[in-house]
Design a protein around this ligand. Structure first.
Ligand SMILES: *Cc1c(COP(=O)(O)O)cnc(C)c1O
Length: 852
């Protein structure tokens, strides 16, 4: 509680010297993705480890001295511990992918995210965004990136969920005990805690900085709960996504402005900042402010220097999901802060608006982030294209397909989500390289050599563990709700460890349609009730506290699970977190995902099941559009989008039932003489081979490195060299093109008049452009050509750059090139001119284009 005058103190376990390595291991979250390290902690006291959120620090704190004395004399345990300690040592010192590729680049990357899901014992995450950020850190560590995470230290984290007797979600916020978290306080050279401040209206808020080590990579967490702050301010960082609009903007000021100040205070000023979602967009403002202050620059120059070193990932295809604040709030919170930066109110507000002059438009954090970043991306190919359409107003001259928002498809950290038995199985049949090179197709192809029976039994272990967890949890849930003892007892008989098990777990948001299968109640009842081929469902997931619709969905699923027909075959596990997620993804046969396309930006839970032998059954949305190949799982529908939502539910729920009845259930239960479902196992292998090497965060972080981090670092370095000469030049250039570009005109286009051509031939094109005050090297003249669609537009244009052809008279310059005809059909072409600058990441970034 804020303001109470209790002095906390820490009692550390008295670890015998010989067991000291346990302490080191507990404070580096590397342990949580290493099966052998997890097994080591479990071995100390399995029940306690289970009861304490798999937290090594709490486990060590709760272990009796006599148990330590026992372990100290246990040669088997000591050998295990020494092996794990040596493995961590090896991990931290081994050469890395990044060193190999980019040893010369002195990049320092800071990755800002409002949440990080690294392990259930560090509850500073709510769901997919955080788990993705956690997996990003783990892969950055594996690959040796010079990367640091930045977030807030939420004293109460995200809420814990339980349901009341009516199935209505209840929320509670237990306080994290900081002394049992793997946190160390950042201190300066003088040994005193590092304190930074951020401006809030009428006061400065002080923050201290915690540190969590994730393999090679540090995560810094900012905390407002310190005595320097007024009691009511100490709670600002208490809850993740808690409070109102004011709490939200304050937290974003802490993350962005405070985050940069903390890194700077530690002497770790980044060269590249990655903003994971718009929450972190204020980082850019603080970096601009610092440059202005240190180098006496104008805003435009500082903006160019910062933008070149900034990357942004958007995650939200739902407009309402993008943070936006009333402009008065921005003025209230940032007006004074921005006063020294040389931009006026209009300039400030324009940074957060698609249409700066539209006084109705609020200040959007995604807009701010898009304007501050030099590269931006969505999180799957489909989401990239949705984002380009969603934000095209920011580049009004461009066709949506060329809006400079690319895509890098999400992944999962393979080792973190694999059942230990699968890790061992892969060690045996694939060799241990799969851990270091999870993106290597050739390694995963060896899955073919795993005997069917062994693969199947390994997978069945996961299902058995999941069923056991579901029973234990159900028992506890029933007890808490005051169910009669007979019902509590009966929990031990729900679910069947051998039955086809379908999992559905994710945030309960209405577009994810958590209750879709119950739409065809009779058909689903029949499947569930089958004596010889039963199907069972396990659900889990939280709704956002303010999302009534989401809570109603949970309630409907809950009520279905209480019906006598479903009671033994449908279970809702409360309080979805990373631990429940691990049990689920390691235990299900089928992972169901039925969002309304295209609202699922990527989705990652379906990726977690692949290595564990589960199969995806999903709408073609998010990552599954790229993952599904016809043979490695199932697609519901063919990627349709609907305007009539009732009709959509009807069509898609039927398609789902058809797949279950006609393919999934029969294939699962078709067994050979050895009891093995050979065709099912074949699909499991296809799924592992085709999906695991692609949908992992090592591939993803490599892509971020090659297409975002390293190029941004280089561009930022080029702009900063020689007292920011490049940044000044670029700022001047941008001012010039925005005022003088309208002079540029295409005067004439010459091409042969013959309208039939042969495949393999080509035709010359000459374009005369009036460049106004520009020189030929300042522009790119492009010819876009391609197949004409039914509307006479070029749907997927190819571009050819034309060369200046000498023939100039004054401002009028001739450009020429050839178009080759590679296939037959109706083609068309168009001509356009764009301004070109070596310092820009994309030709399209300024958004200026003149069409012929
Ligand atoms: C993986 C994961 C998610 C994300 O799942 P989606 O498929 O992206 O909805 C959410 N919560 C937890 C606890 C997870 O482990």
């Amino acid at each position: 509680m804020a303001g109470r005058s209790i002095r906390p103190y820490t009692v550390l376990p008295r670890l015998p010297d010989r067991l000291r390595p346990l302490q080191t291991l507990a404070y580096n979250l590397w342990w949580c993705w290493n099966a052998d390290a997890v097994a080591l902690f479990r071995r100390i006291n399995p029940d306690l480890f289970e009861a304490l959120d798999h937290s090594p620090i709490r486990l060590l704190g709760a272990t009796d001295q006599s148990r330590f004395e026992e372990l100290e004399r246990d040669d088997g345990f000591l050998a295990h511990m020494d092996r794990v300690a040596a493995a961590l040592d090896h991990y931290l010192n081994a050469p890395t992918w990044y060193q190999d590729r980019h040893a010369g680049d002195e990049a320092r990357i800071a990755y800002f995210s409002a949440e990080f899901g690294i392990h259930e014992s560090v509850p500073v995450y709510s769901g997919g965004l955080g788990v993705l950020a956690g997996d990003h850190l783990k892969s950055a560590s594996d690959l040796g990136l010079p990367l640091m995470g930045v977030t807030l230290m939420y004293r109460e984290g995200y809420f814990r969920q339980y349901l009341n007797v009516d199935g209505w979600q209840q929320e509670r916020y237990p306080e994290n005990d900081f002394f049992t978290l793997p946190l160390t306080l950042e201190v300066g050279k003088d040994g005193a805690p590092i304190i930074v401040t951020v401006p809030l209206p009428g006061r400065e808020l002080a923050l201290k900085v915690w540190h969590i080590q994730v393999g090679r990579v540090p995560l810094y967490l900012l905390d407002a709960n310190i005595p320097q702050n007024k009691p009511e301010d100490r709670g600002i960082t208490a809850q993740l996504y808690g409070g109102d609009h004011h709490t939200r903007i304050q937290q974003e000021i802490i993350l962005g402005i405070g985050g940069i100040r903390a890194l700077r205070a530690m002497g770790k000023m980044p060269t590249v900042c990655h903003m994971n979602e718009g929450h972190a967009a204020f980082t850019g403002l603080e970096r601009i402010r610092l440059l202005i202050e240190e180098h006496k620059l104008d805003f435009a120059t500082a903006y160019e220097a910062v933008k070149a070193g900034t990357c942004f990932t958007t995650h939200t295809p739902v407009p309402a999901g993008n943070d936006a604040f009333p402009v008065q709030m921005i003025e209230q919170y940032l007006g004074e802060y921005m006063a020294g930066m040389g931009i006026d109110r209009g300039g400030l507000v324009a940074l957060g608006r698609q249409h700066p002059a539209n006084e109705q438009e609020p200040f959007g954090m995604t807009v701010l982030a898009l304007k501050l970043a030099n590269v931006s991306n969505g999180v799957s190919k489909l989401h990239g294209s949705v984002s380009r359409r969603m934000w095209k107003e920011l580049w009004p001259e461009l066709p949506a397909s060329e809006v400079p928002i690319t895509s890098i498809t999400n992944g999962v950290h393979t080792q973190s989500w694999l059942a230990p038995e699968f890790a061992q199985l892969y060690d045996r049949y694939l060799g241990i390289q799969w851990e270091e090179r999870p993106t290597d197709f050739a390694i995963w192809k060896r899955v073919e050599q795993i005997p069917d029976g062994e693969l199947w039994r390994t997978h069945e272990r996961g299902r058995e563990r999941l069923v056991a967890l579901a029973r234990t949890r159900l028992r506890a849930q029933l007890k808490r709700r005051g169910a009669p003892p007979s019902e509590v007892e009966a929990a031990d008989e729900v679910l069947d460890p051998d039955a086809l098990t379908i999992g559905f777990a994710r945030r309960f948001a209405t577009y994810k349609r958590g209750d879709l299968i119950f739409r065809n109640a009779e058909r689903i009842m029949e499947l569930v009730a089958s004596k010889d081929r039963p199907v069972q469902f396990i659900f889990s997931g939280k709704a956002h506290p303010q999302d009534r619709g989401g809570k109603e969905l949970i309630q409907r699923v809950f009520q279905q699970s209480r019906k006598s027909e479903f009671r033994k075959r449908v279970v809702f596990i409360e309080d979805y977190d990373m631990s429940v997620a691990r049990y689920l993804v390691q235990g299900v046969d089928v992972w169901l995902n039925n969002p309304r396309r295209p609202l699922e930006a990527s989705g990652t839970s379906g990726m977690k099941i692949c290595g564990n032998g589960g199969l995806n059954l999903s709408i073609l949305d998010g990552w599954w559009v790229e993952g599904y190949d016809g043979d490695n799982g199932w697609a519901i529908g063919a990627g349709e989008e609907y305007t009539d939502l009732q009709y959509q539910d009807e069509v898609e729920s039927r398609a789902l039932m058809d797949l279950l009845e006609q393919d999934i259930v029969p294939t699962f239960y078709k067994r050979d003489a050895n009891g093995l479902p050979r065709e099912w196992i074949r699909r499991m292998k296809r799924s592992v081979m085709s999906l695991v090497p692609v949908f992992n965060t090592n591939r993803m972080v490599e892509q971020y490195t090659e297409t975002c981090y390293v190029p941004s670092h280089r561009r930022a370095a080029a702009l900063s060299a020689n007292q920011l000469a490049g940044a000044k030049e670029l700022a001047t250039w941008r001012r010039r093109v925005s005022s003088e570009w309208p002079q540029v005109r295409v005067e004439s286009v010459e091409a042969p008049t013959a309208d039939t051509l042969r495949v393999g031939g080509s035709f010359p094109v000459k374009v005369r452009v009036n460049l106004g005050s520009f020189k030929p090297e300042d522009v790119e003249v492009q010819l876009c050509h391609g197949v004409l669609d039914a509307l006479g537009d070029i749907a997927d244009p190819k571009t050819v750059a034309l060369a200046a052809n000498g023939g100039s008279s004054g401002a009028s310059v001739l450009f020429a090139g050839e178009v080759s005809c590679r296939s037959s059909g109706q083609f068309g072409f168009g001509v356009r001119v764009l301004p070109k600058n070596q310092y820009l990441a994309h030709l399209f970034e300024p958004g200026l284009v003149t069409w012929g």
